[in-house]
Design a protein around this ligand. Structure first.
Ligand code: ASP
Length: 315
């Protein structure tokens, strides 16, 4: 028997609200993963086990929670009787967790992250279908020999390296920055391939999670961005410990206000590594000749922050 282990971490998928008609008025991370699974008879036909790793609103995600998640993942992925993992997560930082895990895992088994845009008490709760799809995807991917990190939301299977939240309330809230989904799962649970193979995993191993992460912050470029935030960050770092990296969420193709550029020259002189991403949702930032700062490709600013932390750790 090949098991799917479902890790619970909280999120809206485990959220409850007092009034089912006020779906926006709820608290994330209230029901345990065991309670969620028990309430889904459709899941009972699949061989699942549950582990509660955390119980948070994922807006409060932290390095420490990623360490806890990583330890549990290592343990479960090493089991011969486990064919895949599902992580029930919040939507807010799903793209950061997915990208981090994509960089670390070896891709031998599927790690499927899912979430929900409506709490479990909402009349149109999307958590049950997403969780069911995620378990099916884990089993089917394992059967096909596909591994690595993917996100399953609203019938789409998205690459963990690319997935991002694109809408603040729609049930269809995720995409891959304009890239096609890897597969679609229809309402009957049938799998429809959109691409021939899944992206290769980063395979860095779990050791980065044992380290204290270097401090990397994100700063936006915008009208009147005169470098005040960069100066403030440098002054704070001077008092409270080193700032190692800055990800700039630039305008358009990663361009920066001239006021910011001047301040960033000071940051670089203080040993801060600066990377450029874009505040625009799609298209990303490609490198250009004479670039002062590394371009982050199609990563969102939040994913680029994870990438820069890993880079500074020597990954
Ligand atoms: N704030 C929630 C979370 O990220 C939102 C969600 O799950 O949809 O945990």
């Amino acid at each position: 028997m090949q098991n799917v282990v479902i890790l619970g971490t909280g999120g809206t998928i485990a959220g409850t609200g007092a009034d089912p008609d006020r779906v926006w008025d709820y608290r994330a991370g209230q029901l345990s993963i065991a309670q969620l699974v028990k309430a889904m008879p459709d899941l009972a036909v699949y061989p699942t086990e549950v582990v509660q790793v955390a119980q948070v609103d994922s807006k409060d995600m932290s390095w420490q929670l990623w360490q806890d998640m990583g330890r549990e993942l290592q343990r479960q992925l090493a089991r011969d009787d486990v064919s895949g993992i599902v992580i029930a997560h919040g939507t807010d930082t799903l793209e950061e967790t997915a990208y981090l895990l994509h960089r670390l895992v070896d891709g031998r088994k599927p790690v499927v992250i899912t979430a929900a845009m409506r709490p479990a008490t909402a009349p149109d709760a999307d958590g049950p279908r997403n969780l069911l799809d995620a378990v099916r995807v884990a089993l089917e991917a394992a059967r096909r020999g596909l591994g690595g990190v993917v996100a399953v939301m609203h019938g789409g299977v998205w690459a963990g390296s690319q997935v991002r939240k694109m809408h603040s309330w729609s049930l269809d809230a995720f995409d891959a920055g304009g890239q096609a989904p890897l597969a679609l799962i229809d309402a009957q649970g049938q799998w429809h391939d959109e691409v021939a193979s899944w992206p290769a995993s980063g395979n860095a191993g779990w050791w980065p999670l044992n380290l204290t992460p270097p401090r990397v912050e994100i700063i936006h470029s915008h009208a009147d961005a005169d470098g005040w935030m960069v100066d403030a960050a440098l002054a704070h770092a001077h008092e409270h410990g080193p700032l190692k990296g800055l990800v700039m969420a630039g305008t358009g193709h990663g361009t920066l206000h001239k006021g910011l550029e001047a301040a960033l020259a000071k940051a670089v002189a203080h040993g801060v590594t600066v990377w450029r991403s874009s505040r625009v949702a799609r298209g990303g930032v490609q490198s250009r000749e004479g670039d002062a700062f590394v371009a982050c490709g199609e990563l969102t600013a939040a994913q680029a922050r994870v990438a820069l932390m890993l880079y500074l750790m020597g990954v």
